[in-house]
Ligand binder design. Sequence first.
Ligand code: G4P
Length: 295
Amino acid sequence: MQVDNLSWFPGHMTKTRRMIAAELGNVDAVCEIVDARIPLSSRNPEIDALTAGKPRLVVLNRVDQADPEATKRWAAWFRGQGCDVLEADAKNGAGVKQFAPAVRTLLREKIAAYEAKGQVGRVLRVMVLGIPNVGKSTFINKVSGRKTAKAEDRPGVTRSKQWVPVDKTLELLDTPGILWPKFEDASVGMRLAFTGAIRDEVVDIEELAMRLMDYLGRYYPEALSARYRIAAEPGEDGWALVEKAGRKRGFLIAGGEVDTERMSRILLDEFRGGKLGRFTLETPPEEEKGAGPEL
Ligand code: G4P
């Protein structure tokens, strides 16, 4: 599911917040799913406060689309924050089998305490949270073998909470409601738009493509030369690169000008479709100031 303006309806957030608070006492741990390409931008800014005190397993999902080196650094960063980490590609099933063992490792002390009280084989309950489009439904379906298509998470459409069994002693709480990203931050919004998490109707395609090109020109120039046969010169901005790529592809309009809108759409489609390669669009905070390069 993608995010649109409606999803950010404040009343809806309040509902989600309340629901998390109400259910937190019923779970042993929280599983936070993030998009490995944008591990910080795809987090809910209040998640730490909302789930305080609960052991956390962070699932870096979509690793098939992310830069493998960056994924290693992000996994280390999250571990440094006190979370356990599981790398996954829910679409193709990687990491899925490791989920239940990862939860049991996360909760080893709690399991030992249950066992000391004679509660051997007590069911562990995990609340699964994630902003739209990180792959939450796909992940839950894969780890549980659930076949049902998920109901749409939309304001006004009621969906009740669901306990989803994974095995005899592990259950997931699939939380209804939308967990919002940090949408007041423009760079976060841009990264969500690059990955397709925000509907294209609510963003300016050419601006988006220009910024993406800027990023790729700076950090992944080899991907641009491989795909578009263009060289990103030092200091060359994203707009110049969109024009260069469009010219190379022969996307011209009257007067020999480049059809930048067409090139912009193609760039975003190809980027999201994985045709340019695997990318991570932000770096862990201590490696660079802030959540990554300015966009
Ligand atoms: P959500 O519940 O978090 O909103 O996300 P959902 O599971 O609906 O997944 C959104 C899209 O992302 C789906 O694609 C899904 O297949 C894809 N996806 C989920 N996890 C991964 C992953 O680890 N890697 C990749 N490459 N894709 C993933 P879709 O285009 O909406 O549907 P479909 O084409 O898969 O049918």
